[in-house]
Design a protein around this ligand. Structure first.
Ligand SMILES: [Zn+2]
Length: 381
């Protein structure tokens, strides 16, 4: 077999930056070896810039792709969600084309796998074409505890549609957020067979903790407006994650999204409660919605695995993991590119349970090969 040998200015292998190192792949992009230049033999192709495995986007909502530029910035989460709900059916005729354009953008930006939130089957026909790997998180929302089974059944139909069209291991029924899922609905989701992997929007706004700690604030007002007979989860005087954390199933892997108002104590709680947990940062979306980023140095001190996501085009200007890396570097210049790329590649692949194929240059994997030069990402294989 004829192999392809590539040498960049630097090779990032999924965890480390390596100099004078050659990546050897098959023409189909399967990794054969990573070797020192001195052992690579002839026909090494020199590439300008950094070589990296393909990026993993752990959090997206492809089905909101027609909402780019529709929602104003820095409104805070409650107003943002309100506008998504009220405007997502405007321009709905543009949605299929917008979804395809968004997927093209991710492909061009070197993304090879996506954790995508789905409330509908709008993205299903595109995903069935298999141009990108998706884990489909069919997202369940249900405020009123007495209607939990009804809420579950409604989204289970969407889940079944996905399972018929794609590999069921790539589909989960997942809770939306701590403030929008009732206690009995949580119990249905964490007991649902086959749910190996859950994703949850966590502590994205200070009002979330305010509700769970004190029963006041924006969510209290929202529940009043919805005229609920009971709130979804009653406040217990603890932060949101330390309240709903009691309902998590420790045999399921959890992916916590956003974490803008998560404390070290919250993380220590989850480390004891859920051994397999990943923490997803969506810095550009956080900047768009609330103009604030999570305390990333604190999260690193806690030594938890971090991953990256773009969120949707309703709250971001692009679907580019490289743009997320640039956003973090701007706010936290002390963080090395090696570290940020690890979050974008191997950690992301582990978070979506696809590290056997993606995330690093290890023999037998087909993780995609990216060239990063002059602030541009280009997919080579
Ligand atoms: Zn989201």
């Amino acid at each position: 077999m004829s192999f392809i040998k590539l040498q960049g200015t630097t090779l990032f292998d999924g965890t480390r930056m390596l100099k004078d190192t050659v990546l050897i792949i098959t023409p189909e992009g399967r990794v054969e070896a990573v070797v020192p230049r001195t052992e690579a033999g002839d026909d090494v192709k020199i590439v300008n810039g950094l070589l990296s495995p393909g990026f993993i986007n752990c959090h997206c909502h492809l089905e909101l792709s027609h909402m780019k530029g529709i929602i104003e910035t820095h409104t805070g989460l409650l107003k943002f969600v309100n506008q998504v709900v009220s405007k997502r059916n405007d321009n709905i005729a543009d949605l299929p084309a917008a979804i395809e354009k968004a997927e093209n953008e991710m492909l061009e930006q070197g993304i090879v796998a996506v954790g995508d939130i789905c409330n509908t089957t709008d993205t299903l026909s595109l995903k069935a074409m298999g141009r990108l790997y998706y884990h489909n998180f069919v997202e369940v929302i249900g405020f009123e505890p007495a209607q939990a089974q009804e809420h579950f059944n409604r989204y289970k139909l969407v889940y079944d549609d996905y399972c018929r069209a794609v590999d069921p291991r790539q589909v989960s029924l997942t809770p939306h957020a701590p403030y929008s899922v009732s206690t009995p609905l949580w119990q249905l989701l964490t007991a649902f067979p086959g749910n190996r992997l859950l994703s949850i929007h966590n502590q994205e706004t200070p009002e979330e903790n305010e509700w769970f700690l004190k029963g006041t604030g924006g969510f209290s007002a929202l529940y009043d407006r919805l005229q609920l007979q009971q709130p979804p989860i009653p406040p217990e005087g603890k932060t949101s994650i330390q309240t709903y954390g009691a309902y998590l199933n420790n045999r399921q892997q959890a992916l916590f999204i956003h974490n803008v108002f998560t404390s070290a104590e919250d993380i220590r709680y989850i480390k004891k409660r859920v051994p397999e947990a990943f923490w997803c940062l969506c810095p550009n979306a956080n900047s768009y919605i609330s103009n604030r980023l999570p305390d990333i140095p604190m999260m690193m001190e806690q030594q938890v695995p971090l991953v990256l996501g773009t969120d949707s085009l309703a709250s971001n200007y692009s679907l580019s993991i490289w743009d997320e890396i640039r956003c973090i570097q701007k706010q936290y210049p002390q963080l090395s590119l090696e570290l940020l790329l690890t979050w974008a590649t191997l950690n992301g692949a582990r978070a979506l349970q696809i590290a056997d194929r993606y995330g690093s240059f290890e023999k037998g994997k087909s993780p995609g090969v990216l060239q990063i030069a002059e602030d541009q990402v280009c997919r080579l294989y």
